[in-house]
Design a protein around this ligand. Structure first.
Ligand code: CAA
Length: 377
């Protein structure tokens, strides 16, 4: 595997770097307080091609591939982790339409999603079905030219902002994973409302809500593929999604490390700056090394995807290692800040909260270990 970036990949990384440092970083703290990312910012990201990065140009995507996607997401996450999850979930929601959608669905939904005109979300999780989506109870019943959906979805990123939601619910009588189906749900569909907005520990600028369905009529033509493949649709989308969360983790970890270094250089104790102490240097060295290892895993999974090779195991490895690594790096960075790190005026306090969920969403660390063990054994 080559670690050298092509000129196109480097150009995309630089574009995301400049956008993130100029248009996200200064505002990330305010957006966390506002619990909102301005729509103009999201629109601009769409115009820059950041929402359909792995979608071919024939469907208005950037066609940049998974490696470029990982690099761009790392840069966005460095400056604003909330914006990074908004971006990763929109990219995630393109994938099922590309892989399982028909021509009409691609024309109507994929093109504007990938082109940045629409924002996407992905709804699988329920109150009692998190790690085990096969246990979901929300149902769609066939009725004429529609499916009628009843139930609810929990913790849905972009849920209240999205124009289009990939919705996985139960159909038919099969009570196993094979009884799930995927639908494309449009915002404003009668019977679909937004429920509780979650009061989260971190990523507070990103939108996380409950979705409620009461006799919600989704046209039959919005079924993705055929009935019974909803679980597969979710797993295929999550394979790519996990490269995204690994990349987000690397970006947040880099921000933590830079904060720690800057603080250590300026903070003086015992008559010298604390970066001269070996205890601090070892924390910096371990963090820098682990970040590079996680970056390598993310790029390896992304390269396999770009080559059209299987990457389920590698995406889970990258997600597992990068998210746990980023939590360790954030812990050390806050430790280096001492008491100041515990105060809200220091950026590390937000990063420490933002990073926690990377080891939980899009499959907990425990779920990643199941995937890796099954694939390895
Ligand atoms: N690609 C294609 N097919 C796959 C697949 C993959 N990666 N993984 C599994 N499948 C197929 C299997 O081949 C199997 O097919 P058959 O029925 O034809 O044999 C079927 O799916 C069932 O597979 P398993 O037996 O492995 O399923 P399981 O019930 O044991 O579950 C699991 C496995 C890995 C634990 C899975 O349930 C899982 O990933 N859980 C976590 C869910 C998750 O990540 N949720 C996150 C929510 S989204 C989110 O967080 C987004 C956000 O807002 C940020």
């Amino acid at each position: 595997m080559s670690f050298e970036l092509s000129s196109e990949q480097e150009m995309i990384r630089l574009m995301a770097h400049d956008f993130a440092r100029n248009e996200l970083e200064t505002y990330a703290h305010k957006w966390e307080q506002d619990e909102n990312i301005p729509r103009e910012v999201i629109k601009k990201m769409g115009e820059l091609g950041l929402f359909g990065m792995m979608i071919p140009p024939e469907y208005d995507g950037a066609g940049a591939g998974a490696v470029s996607y990982s690099l761009a997401l790392q840069e966005i996450a460095y400056s604003c982790a909330s914006t990074a999850v908004t971006m990763s979930v929109t990219n995630l929601s393109c994938e099922p339409v590309l892989k399982f959608g028909d021509d009409e669905q691609k024309e109507k939904y994929l093109r504007p999603l990938a082109g940045g005109g629409l924002l996407g979300a992905f709804a699988i999780t329920e109150a009692d079905a998190g790690s085990d989506p096969g246990g979901m109870t929300s149902r769609a019943e066939e009725a004429g030219d529609c499916y009628v959906v009843n139930g609810s979805k929990s913790f849905i990123t972009n849920g209240d902002w999205a124009d289009v939601i990939i919705l996985i619910v139960r159909t038919g009588q099969d009570k196993t994973n094979r009884g799930l189906s995927g639908f494309i749900l449009e915002k404003g569909t009668p019977g679909f409302t937004i429920g509780r907005k979650e009061d989260k520990m971190g990523l507070r600028a990103s939108n996380t809500v409950e979705l409620l369905f009461e006799d919600c009529r989704i046209p039959k033509k919005n079924l993705l593929g055929k009935e019974g493949i909803g679980f597969k649709i979710a797993m295929v989308a999550l394979d790519s999604g996990r490269i995204g969360i690994a990349s987000q983790s690397v970006g947040i970890a880099r921000a933590c490390l830079d904060e720690a270094i800057q603080y250590a250089k300026n903070r003086r104790q015992f008559g010298r700056s604390i970066d001269s102490f070996q205890a601090i240097q070892w924390m910096i060295a371990d963090s820098a090394t682990e970040i590079e290892a996680a970056h390598g895993l993310a790029i390896k999974a992304a390269s396999l995807k770009d080559k059209g090779l299987p990457f389920t195991k590698e995406a889970s490895m990258a997600k597992l290692f990068a998210s746990e690594m980023a939590n360790r790096v954030a812990y050390r960075a806050l430790q280096i800040h001492g008491g100041y790190g515990y105060m809200k005026e220091y950026k590390i306090e937000r990063l420490y909260r933002d990073v926690r969920v990377t080891a939980i969403y899009e499959g907990t660390s425990e779920v990643q270990r199941i995937v890796i063990a099954r694939q390895t054994m």
